[in-house]
Design a protein around this ligand. Structure first.
Ligand SMILES: [Zn+2]
Length: 149
């Protein structure tokens, strides 16, 4: 996609700008949907892979035909690490989890409901059920997960 290849500099620059604009549209729609209380992801029309958080192209096959889907909010915790003392304050204890959403995407995320105290217990439960939730940061909403007890 980048570097050498046919086409002049203007064409390459134009292509890059197009990608940036597409990406900004995806990011805007994502934040707008969170304001409405919805979790949106994208699904690749070519291979069916789900991207969450949503992307305008497929990380699995490189396809560019993505459609929007509303996520179920169901996920499983595959593994986790407790947060360190220098990490951000989310208002309650949390862990960094390796999360697999029901629709298939896997990523790291903030997971509430795990503390130093219950960590050994949670470790024995893995893979453990999670629910997606909207988390209010300073001026915007984002997604976190919570252990289902
Ligand atoms: Zn794909």
């Amino acid at each position: 996609m980048t570097g050498s290849g046919p086409g002049n500099a203007a064409e390459r620059y134009g292509h890059k700008m197009d990608k940036v604009i597409k990406y900004e549209r995806v990011v805007k729609k994502w934040y707008d949907s969170l304001e409405e209380g919805k979790f949106l992801g994208t699904v690749c029309e070519r291979c069916g892979a789900c991207e969450f958080p949503p992307l305008y192209s497929c990380n699995t096959c490189g396809g560019h035909d993505m459609r929007w889907i509303e996520m179920s909010g169901d996920a499983t915790l595959e593994s986790f690490v407790l947060n360190g003392p220098m990490s951000a304050d989310y208002g309650e204890p949390y862990a960094l989890g390796y999360v697999r959403v029901k629709e298939g995407a896997i990523f790291t995320a903030i997971v509430f409901g795990i503390t130093k105290r219950n960590a050994p217990e949670v470790d024995k439960m893995l893979p453990a059920p999670l629910k997606m939730e909207i988390f209010q940061r300073d001026g915007y909403k984002t997604v976190a997960f919570r252990l289902v007890k």
